[in-house]
Design a protein. Structure first.
Length: 435
């Protein structure tokens, strides 16, 4: 009797396990055929900001030939070494007249780069940068590619991305995502700003106030150009360029205030103050890369909904490893792989839907837009952003609240400097002329 019961139990157990394995296997076969199909090109939204701008108002057509001629992108590191002083345990700083031989080297290089500097000043006056961003390097027209990336060989995809251990479709999806968007023009603008900052020091020594004024105007023009892509990384660069322009303005006015005629002082004041600094962050674009990730993690049923796929797991590990070492090699453990295989249908059956995840992101955008407005008050901002922090994303798409606060604090400091510089210039303009 007991033997019969044990035999029956064994068969029941075997049958149950078989049914579970077949069910999981069937779901897995169906699930494995389903992959995300990204349909929205978010670059179109970014590029549309300047698509209809007349060529005469764009800086890029002016920059492109001179950047190619001087191999500007390829010489960035060499220029950094010439115009910046590095010391152990200290922050890098710009070369100054007190640096002796290093200053002489910088002056010689500025003379060689005179045609480039003239174009930077001209381009800095243009209201728009005008570059149409592309997803991969090879998507750029040849002349744009040479100006932005030089003659570097990035392989057949133009991405130079390490694919080892990455599923091919995930690697391809990553290469075409906003997370992998190359913004080399921002780094170029930062190096261009360094050249003009050092040239301003030289112009101040020579009492060339017109050149100083044009350099300052161009520096703030660079900040405007950087921000026009609207992405969060562009906001960081734009803030840095505003600081560079403010540093230049304060240093020069402390030396040559009495030398500037009123018309130049007015031009400098306009350059310093014409931007509303808090507008450097656009809530509608701040989460754009996260909306892009949603379409790369979820399927799309054509009606704004779908289910989570295992690409989410691959992306999470991929982005983590890239942020740490820019290399990716998926660790393969037999038990872990078996678990991942078995768990995949669970994502489809029990994971969050695309619709609810998108709705959560849209709510975060709306909440940020509601608090990112005047009157500007840090305590009010913190209180409202805490509600955003409390929103728990089931797929690790968390609002970068700490990043928002860091940006707000940085913008507040820049805005305060704006006011101080404007007041200083107003005093100079209103002071009686010396006999």
């Amino acid at each position: 009797m007991a033997r019969t019961l044990r035999r029956q139990f064994a068969w029941l157990t075997f049958g149950f396990v078989t049914v579970v394995v077949l069910a999981v296997g069937s779901l897995h076969m169906y699930y494995s055929r389903q992959q995300p199909q990204p349909r929205t090109n978010f670059l179109t939204s970014i590029n549309s900001l300047t698509t209809s701008v007349p060529e005469a108002e764009k800086a890029w057509p002016i920059y492109r030939p001179i950047f190619t001629t001087f191999k500007f992108q390829e010489s960035n590191y060499e220029l950094w070494q010439i115009f910046c002083i590095s010391a152990p345990g200290k922050d890098d700083r710009l070369v100054a007249p007190s640096d002796g031989a290093d200053w002489d080297t910088a002056k010689t290089e500025l003379q060689r780069l005179a045609p480039l500097l003239a174009v930077l000043r001209e381009g800095g006056k243009k209201p728009y940068f005008g570059l149409q961003l592309q997803q991969t390097i090879l998507d750029y027209p040849l002349e744009d590619r040479k100006a932005l990336f030089g003659d570097y060989d990035f392989g057949p995809t133009g991405a130079g991305f390490v694919r080892e251990g990455v599923p091919d479709h995930v690697a391809e999806s990553y290469e075409n995502s906003l997370s992998n968007l190359r913004v080399s023009h921002l780094a170029i603008l930062r190096i261009a700003a360094i050249l003009l900052q050092v040239d301003t020091r030289l112009a101040a020594l020579q009492h060339d106030t017109e050149r100083v004024t044009q350099n300052i105007e161009a520096l703030f023009g660079f900040a405007n150009h950087a921000q026009q892509t609207k992405l969060s990384i562009a906001t960081v660069y734009a803030m840095d360029l505003h600081r560079a322009g403010q540093d230049c303005t304060e240093d020069t006015l402390s030396q040559l205030a009495a030398k500037f005629p009123p018309d130049q002082l007015k031009r400098i004041r306009h350059a310093v103050t014409h931007t509303e600094i808090y507008d450097l962050l656009d809530p509608q674009f701040y989460f754009l890369d996260q909306f892009d990730l949603i379409q790369r993690w979820f399927t799309d049923n054509g009606q704004g909904d779908g289910y989570l796929t295992n690409d989410w797991r691959s992306y999470q590990r991929l982005l983590q490893d890239i942020n740490m070492s820019f290399n990716y090699s998926e660790k393969k453990h037999p038990l872990g792989e078996l678990w991942n295989w078995a768990a995949r249908p669970g994502l489809m059956l029990f994971g969050p839907s695309r619709k609810e995840t998108t709705a959560l992101q849209e709510k975060q955008v709306l909440m940020l837009a509601n608090v990112w407005r005047a009157p500007w008050d840090r305590d009010r901002l913190l209180a409202n952003l805490q509600a955003m922090r409390d929103l728990k994303s089931p797929v690790d798409l968390y609002p970068d609240i700490d990043g928002v606060i860091v940006l707000f604090d940085g913008m507040t400091t820049i805005r305060e400097r704006q006011s101080r510089i404007a007041i200083s210039i107003d005093r100079l303009l209103n002071s009686p002329e010396e006999e």
